[in-house]
Design a protein around this ligand. Structure first.
Ligand code: SAM
Length: 260
């Protein structure tokens, strides 16, 4: 998630707290509502899996500090899922091609959750942080999500899954860490850099084409988005309709397609 603009001192202090002392802590209702108020403009807008901040604790949905900063809230995830459905061809379960949907950096799993629901498909997801994994697994199971998260590095997951169809979809949303600054996000400095992740995907697929969706801040540094996706076909970019979201989603077709 990215804070509503302009970023205030209170937003910065909260983010530092969530990524520092509260990084691994499960947040209280009060803290979740503060996240909603400061980052999104209202407590209810901090919402994951259709559960808004004021109801998360009572509903058994847990969010740790780091995930409160890194997650994609319902509003944005829903719009991203609609865009993927529009641009990524026929992905319905039971369709002849039966494409894979893979969320490489699960976090809360909320982006994968919305994508799976919108496309009517099971989603494979990987999460490396043991605490984030455990929380995501419990939350996703509690809300009856079609996301199956594994505690593993994304490279292992994509290597095992291999390629199925040219409409396979990969969600690529690595941690930003220090890659985001006053002038925007530098995709060469995410962990790992986005270009490396795309190379890993193509390697795991032996070059077979696929669809990739990623999220950035509104500004990216030094053409780092274009450079990371050099050689890929740009399908669409959009900002969520809510004003001041501060993020954009981008959908690309990676690799050469067999289609004439
Ligand atoms: C930006 S967050 C993803 C947010 C997610 N899309 C959401 O909606 O909540 C990135 C996540 O990737 C995880 N991660 C980092 N390196 C990883 C790796 N090599 N393999 C799998 N997960 C990784 C981090 O622990 C973190 O939870």
């Amino acid at each position: 998630m990215v804070q509503a603009e302009p970023e205030t001192a209170a937003c910065m202090a909260l983010r530092d707290e969530l990524l520092g002392p509260l990084r691994k802590q499960t947040l209280s209702t009060e803290k979740l509502c503060e996240v909603g108020r400061l980052f999104c403009g209202a407590p209810e807008r901090m919402s994951l899996y259709g559960v808004a901040a004021p109801h998360m604790e009572a509903g058994g949905v847990r969010v740790r500090g780091r995930t409160a900063v890194e997650c994609t809230i319902d509003e944005y995830a829903g719009e991203a899922a609609d865009a993927v459905a529009l641009y990524a061809g026929n992905l319905r379960e039971g369709s002849e091609s039966d494409p894979l949907v893979v969320d490489l950096f699960c976090g809360s799993g909320n982006l994968g959750h919305h994508l799976g629901r919108r496309l009517g498909r099971r989603v494979h997801a990987s999460e490396l942080d043991p605490q984030v994994y455990e929380t995501a697994r419990d939350n996703l199971s509690r809300v009856g999500s079609g996301v199956e998260v594994e505690h593993t590095d994304y490279r292992h997951l994509i290597a095992r899954l291999g390629a199925r169809t040219e409409n396979d979809v990969y969600v690529v949303e690595p941690p930003w860490g220090d890659a985001v600054g006053a002038v925007g996000l530098d995709l060469t400095r995410t962990t790992p850099p986005v270009a490396d992740i795309l190379a890993d995907i193509l390697r795991a697929r032996a070059g077979k084409s696929c669809v990739v969706v990623t999220k950035t801040t509104t500004e990216t540094v030094c053409d780092s988005l274009r450079n990371a996706f050099r050689g890929a076909a740009h399908l669409c970019s959009f900002a969520p309709s809510a004003p001041g979201a501060g993020v954009e989603f981008h959908i690309f077709r990676l690799g050469a397609t067999d289609q004439p």
